[in-house]
Design a protein around this ligand. Structure first.
Ligand code: ADP
Ligand code: MG
Length: 627
């Protein structure tokens, strides 16, 4: 009988044991899982030797696991309503938001009282989180079989522009699949890691990711192991699918189909899948022969790479326009870019790689399979996070996509963590009370670049209660914003004198599409000037209210005692004038009026001061004297 080994508490039973970890690229079109074995990161294949798992889930019978991957994809024509594809587009979004997302969702959304939308299927209503969990489960199973043990942890990649809700939903999907998420990692960062760009001392890199239905460009700056996303750009409905559509139209013409393809869905699906196959073949051939047959339509002929290039040229040009914009946003010239990394299956199209090279004037990195590169980078990161490398090299950090802040008086937004701040990050800012004796404070957490609250996105509201009554402005409320390595925000508030505290983990139920993020950024530039004016006006209005309140409180207390009737009347009238002025749109006029009130009430302030000095000298408090 073997002796049982007992390890010291706190010490690993097997110090040289390799921890099992994996990186997962949960893609819109395709998903992959990869791991580091003997120091080499590689994607894992299924029993048929296929690495790529189409991100498609087909529900059949309630209570039975759905079909995931290639077989599900094949059923999308015959069983479109139960075969769910591209759920990444809707994960982390509210039912309301779905109507504003570009692209069509052919699914039936179920009535739901929760914020998370549900898709009706033959096996019951499912959420995008559950659908994603099915994909993750299949990948996990593949890893367990291939690696011979349960995974200790995984790194799951997400687009750089994913907001808090989308990241949280992705994490929830992994949890639901029984996976321990070591870290969510931005896809472009993962691609850069796969090429070892993180081991260079510094550099600016462009990650060009052209997938099935999405295009993303990220400009990253690396300094001492910190990846900063300088800018992101993209189009949520621009991808290989668009090339397929161009080609399908052309094929329809050749076949002599003259009614719009959209009118016959199964014909359209047939042509799209033929188009996709032809496109993919032409990435390794100069010419192919086609035989298209649908119903009575029949056509045979040759199709060349040159013809394909002509059809898809506009699609490629669109991506380059977005790249140009992202460079401009990052304030980077083309020649400052050290490396260009190609990611996504659509970069296999020769014209794409050629045009990207021509644009940047340098050969892009494409040595690693562009469809696997994100999973490979995630696997490398997972290997380190799970503790397989001695020195925890490679500290990967990302940045916040939009500014985070709080609503302050006057409906304005005060930024606490500016956009593009490296995460994880904690920032504190002190706020104070507005009214005498104020015992509660309501905090409104905002995301966005605009000056006014209503133009930004409301993330959460919470209240700090139990503030000891003090005069306005005396309380010191420290509000701390913390964004963790996964990009998730928590906010806490603490009154420093009394120590009362309130806390909230921000879990917005709705996400933003990247188009919306872009829109919000654009607005912030476009409206910068009018925002500034609006802010000045609100500031003056708030200041006016403060002045009115302070004056009235003072007059209430000792106005009759310290002032004669004429003086009192004059001051009351000035307060009235200021009150009227406050609702005007003229911030300069309000400011002048406040100054006037202040200067004309100076004598009264002086008398109050004298009185309190005398009271202090005679050792009596105001309370003791006043009746
Ligand atoms: P996603 O990141 O959106 O999940 P992928 O990076 O897996 O997508 O890319 C899928 C797209 O890549 C599809 O449009 C597919 O047609 C295209 N693609 C895959 N292989 C090739 C190829 N050899 N030539 C051209 N396009 C390809
Ligand atoms: Mg991808």
């Amino acid at each position: 009988m073997a002796l049982l080994q007992i390890s010291e508490p706190g010490q690993s039973a097997a110090p040289h044991q390799h921890h099992l970890a994996a990186g997962i690229d949960l893609g819109t079109t395709n998903s992959l899982i990869a791991t580091v074995r003997s120091g080499v990161a590689e994607t894992l294949a299924d029993h048929q030797g296929t690495h790529i798992l189409p991100s498609v889930v087909r529900y059949r019978i309630a209570g039975e696991p759905p079909i995931v991957g290639t077989a599900a994809l094949a059923a999308s024509i015959e069983d479109p309503l139960n075969t769910l594809a591209s759920v990444k587009r809707i994960i982390g979004k509210s039912a309301e938001e779905l109507s504003s997302i570009p692209g069509q969702y052919p699914y039936q959304f179920a009535e739901s009282d929760s914020a998370v939308p549900k898709i009706e299927t033959i096996a019951g209503a499912v959420t995008p989180i559950e659908v994603s969990a099915e994909i993750l489960s299949v990948l996990q199973q593949r890893a367990v079989e291939s690696m011979g043990g349960e995974l200790e942890g995984v790194v799951v990649t997400v687009p750089a522009y994913f907001d808090d809700a989308q990241r949280q939903a992705t994490k929830d999907a992994a949890k639901l699949a029984g996976l321990h998420v070591l870290r969510l990692l931005n896809e472009p960062t993962a691609a850069a890691v796969a090429y070892g760009l993180d081991s260079q001392p510094e550099g600016i890199h462009a990650i060009y990711d052209f997938g099935g239905g999405t295009f993303d460009i990220s400009i990253l700056r690396l300094t001492k192991g910190v990846f900063e996303v300088l800018s992101t750009g993209g189009d949520a409905v621009l991808g290989g699918d668009d090339m397929d559509h161009q080609l399908a139209q052309w094929m329809g013409q050749q076949m002599g189909i003259d009614q719009p393809l959209e009118e016959n869905p199964s014909q359209l699906k047939y042509l799209l899948s033929e188009a996709r196959r032809a496109k993919e073949q032409l990435s390794t051939a100069a010419e192919i022969s086609l035989h298209l047959k649908f119903g009575a339509f029949d056509w045979q002929g040759l199709f060349s790479l040159q013809q394909l290039n002509q059809l898809i040229e506009p699609v490629v040009q669109r991506t380059l326009r977005i790249v140009r914009r992202a460079l401009r946003d990052a304030n980077i010239e083309k020649d400052e870019v050290s490396e260009v990394v190609l990611v996504g299956g659509s970069t296999r199209v020769p014209l794409v790689a050629q045009q990207v090279e021509a644009f940047f004037g340098r050969a892009p990195l494409q040595g690693i399979d562009p469809e696997r590169v994100v999973a490979v980078g995630a696997a490398i990161q997972a290997d380190i996070l799970v503790g397989n490398k001695k020195d925890g090299e490679l500290l990967l950090l990302d940045v916040t996509p939009l500014s985070l802040g709080l609503e302050i008086m006057g409906g304005m937004s005060e930024v606490v963590i500016p956009r593009n701040t490296t995460i994880p990050v904690a920032r504190a800012q002190d706020f104070t009370t507005f009214k005498d004796g104020q015992t509660a404070m309501s905090l409104h957490v905002l995301q966005g670049e605009r000056e006014m609250v209503e133009d930004n996105r409301s993330l959460a509201r919470f209240e700090l209660r139990g503030i000891p009554p003090m005069v306005a402005g005396a309380a010191r409320i420290r509000v701390t914003f913390q964004v963790d390595a996964d990009g998730l925000l928590s906010v806490s508030a603490r009154e420093e004198v009394s120590g009362v505290q309130a806390e909230i983990e921000v879990r917005p139920s709705y996400g933003l599409s990247d188009g919306e993020v872009e829109g919000m950024l654009k607005d912030s530039y476009r409206f910068a000037e009018s925002d500034r004016d609006a802010r000045m006006l609100r500031e003056q209005q708030v200041e006016a209210s403060r002045t009115i309140e302070a004056m009235e409180a003072a007059l209430d207390k000792d106005g009759e005692e310290l002032l004669n009737a004429a003086e009192l009347g004059k001051l009351m009238q000035m307060i009235e004038e200021l009150r009227e002025m406050r609702s005007s749109e003229d911030s300069r006029a309000i400011e002048k009026k406040i100054e006037q009130v202040n200067s004309e009430s100076e004598f009264y302030a002086a008398r109050r001061m004298d009185q309190s000095v005398q009271q202090a000298l005679s050792g009596k408090s105001v309370e003791e004297i006043s009746p």
